[in-house]
Write a protein that binds this ligand. Structure first.
Ligand SMILES: Nc1nc2c(ncn2[C@@H]2O[C@H](COP(=O)(O)OP(=O)(O)OP(=O)(O)O)[C@@H](O)[C@H]2O)c(=O)[nH]1
Ligand SMILES: [Mg+2]
Length: 323
């Protein structure tokens, strides 16, 4: 009983946090009692475009509202909101958003993304989630050997989270670190090995080649590896994130996305653009800089958060206190 109520609290806490930080400005439209008119429709269109939902989605939403309004089926902002929700909740495919685990032996998660996207922080979050919520033995692999600070940053996270790390010196071969990490993960009975990679090398081709090399090394050392190639995207970069996803996808193949920095951006709607333009599922979202600021992505919860659905919740504490 206690377990269930705490789990529920946690979920609500996470939702509340998403609602607080998804600063999409969408909610201010739906003032109770406001009548639908052309000004309302224009404002809605503008706000949704600014939230980066993509022209196709916004047009479909506005058309659906206008059509029903013309037919006299809806009149006010609350009724328009129901139409918006309906539209936002439709169109999701049954993509598998769960992490794929190896049947036996270590699961390898290869994490890629351009520099500053949020890779290392997302790795800390995944390690926290896997270790503390899923009871997995986690090891990190410092294959970003390009910058000295990169290895240090990952080492600090490993220490704080109490997980193992395999590293070499700065400037060494990232694939060689991955090789050692695979051997160590197998011999030490690890459940999950998470590989950090560089975001920038001398050239983009160089970067893609390095990533391919790392991928090939882990594939040879561990059956079925990498079980996931996760691309970390910075949500604040909006449409540019989609361009990056297409590029990485072509070069190394991506199995899932981690959308970092959804807090503090008015562009949370980029999730919808991603859905429409890429056939890669968003598996996780990042909502801050601490390891706990991660959520698995769920369209229904996301839409609820977009509208700040927290009604009916106990007047609770802050999101932090529910962790
Ligand atoms: N607000 C917020 N900041 C984040 C989030 N994820 C990462 N950051 C911050 O973004 C900055 C870059 O994050 P890193 O994890 O170092 O990014 P990276 O992709 O590893 O960068 P490189 O190693 O330079 O390629 C750091 O200041 C992080 O604290 C997030 O979800 N929300
Ligand atoms: Mg990094």
């Amino acid at each position: 009983m206690r377990f269930f109520s705490r789990t529920l609290d946690k979920l609500k806490g996470a939702l509340r946090k998403t609602a607080q930080v998804l600063n999409t400005d969408v909610r201010t439209l739906f003032v109770p009692g406001r009548r639908i008119d052309e000004a309302f429709l224009n404002e809605l269109e503008e706000k949704f475009l600014l939230a980066d939902m993509g022209v196709g989605n916004v047009t479909a939403i506005v058309d659906a509202i206008r059509e029903r309004w013309r037919l006299g089926k809806i009149r006010n902002a609350s009724e328009a909101q129901s139409v918006v929700r309906e539209q936002l909740l439709s169109g999701w495919t049954d993509q598998d958003r769960e992490l794929r685990f190896a049947a036996t032996g270590p699961t390898v998660l290869l994490v890629a993304g351009i520099n500053g996207a949020g890779k290392t922080t997302s790795i800390a979050k995944l390690a926290w989630l896997l270790k503390n919520q899923m009871n997995k033995k986690v090891m990190l692999c410092a294959s970003d050997t390009f910058r000295a600070a990169a290895v240090d940053q990952l080492t600090i996270w490993a220490g704080r989270l109490g997980v193992e790390i395999i590293k070499h010196q700065m400037g060494s071969d990232p694939a060689a670190v991955a090789y050692d990490a695979c051997e160590a993960a197998k011999s030490r009975g690890m459940d999950v090995l998470i590989v950090d990679t560089a975001g920038r090398l001398h050239t983009q081709e160089h970067l893609m080649r390095e990533l391919t090399k790392i991928r090939d090394v882990v594939a040879k050392r561990i059956d079925g590896a990498p079980h996931e190639v996760l691309l970390v995207l910075d949500a604040t970069t909006g449409q540019n994130a989609i361009v990056q996803a297409k590029m990485f996808s072509r070069s190394i193949g991506i199995t899932g996305l981690v959308l970092a920095k959804l807090d503090g951006t008015a562009k949370g709607g980029v999730v919808l653009s991603i859905r429409d333009q890429l056939s890669i599922p968003v598996k996780f979202i990042g909502l801050g800089e601490t390891p706990q600021d991660i959520e698995t992505f769920d369209p229904t919860r996301f839409v609820a958060a977009l509208f700040g659905d927290t009604e009916g919740e106990p007047q609770a504490q802050t999101a932090d206190s529910s962790r």
